[in-house]
Design a protein. Structure first.
Length: 278
């Protein structure tokens, strides 16, 4: 498809992966629905990067509010009358031991990480089924393949995202609509920086080289959008480990303990280096 005709909807566009992908698609000539609950942050990004107003629809979106999705969709249809690619990127994480988690922590993880993906996917699926084409890409995590103590609420919500995406992919496969769930390891974004002060988040930092937003861009354009796979794990080796631990639960305890020690060391080193290493 001619990128100048493509319409892409991205959630979480004010920071991290969502911000980077919004920038990339606009630079490639696509028309972008850029959404985030932080509207002022989104506007700052648009000004700083000089995003072209004629190809940008920047709107505040609480992904857990289905009516908010519908309102923006109606505006999108009025303006461009199409939706080719939905990227459900928005997410939250709050490290906490599950026994100490507050009710609002549980609610927020499910609302943003799971309901947000479900509402966005359903809206896109209805549109794309009618057109007989389209692609939905949902951001899960390796924590959605193997359970991760310390970020259990995030892990549980990403398990739900992965399961939902795999089911949706099967339901839409015969109708010309692709669904891909992307399961990356830790990515250098503000969400990762915020975890450095939490001892509970040690396993987040256990993977060696941290992914970057450019790794996500590369996977999206060179694998997901071209080959339309149902699932991709990044990096492959950590994905393999996650699958192995999930498949053989007795392995979980020794592997988790080893990775926790490794992650704590890496987390403390990041804290010592501070902003300079970013």
């Amino acid at each position: 498809m001619d990128s100048t005709q493509q319409v892409v909807w991205i959630t979480g566009s004010a920071s991290g992966v969502g911000l980077h992908l919004t920038d990339v698609f606009l630079n490639r000539g696509a028309r972008v629905v850029a959404t985030d609950i932080d509207l002022e942050g989104l506007r700052r990004a648009a000004r700083a990067r000089d995003w072209p107003a004629e190809r940008l629809l920047a709107k505040r979106l609480d992904v857990a509010d289905p009516e908010a999705w519908e309102t923006i969709y109606r505006e999108l249809m009025s303006r461009w009358e199409r939706l080719d690619l939905m990227l459900n990127v928005a997410g939250v994480i709050h490290p906490v031991w599950l026994a100490q988690a507050r009710p609002q922590d549980v609610t927020r993880h499910i609302d943003v990480n799971f309901k947000g993906v479900a509402f966005g996917s359903q809206l896109a699926a209805r549109h794309m089924l009618e057109k007989g084409r389209g692609h939905i890409v949902n951001m899960a995590s390796l924590a959605g393949i193997a359970p991760v103590p310390g970020i259990g609420l995030y892990s549980a919500s990403k398990f739900a995202v992965r399961a939902y995406s795999l089911v949706l992919a099967e339901e839409l496969r015969a109708h010309g609509v692709a669904v891909t769930v992307l399961c990356p390891d830790a990515i250098e974004t503000p969400m990762l920086f915020a975890q450095e002060s939490y001892e509970e988040a040690a396993l987040t930092f256990s993977g060696g080289r941290t992914l970057t937003v450019h790794d996500i861009e590369d996977a999206l354009f060179n694998r997901i959008l071209t080959k339309r796979p149902v699932e991709i794990c990044l990096p492959f080796t950590r994905g393999l480990m996650a699958r192995l631990v999930a498949a053989i639960p007795p392995l979980s305890r020794p592997v988790t303990e080893f990775l926790r020690k490794r992650g704590q060391k890496a987390r403390r080193q990041r804290q010592r280096l501070g902003p300079n290493r970013r």
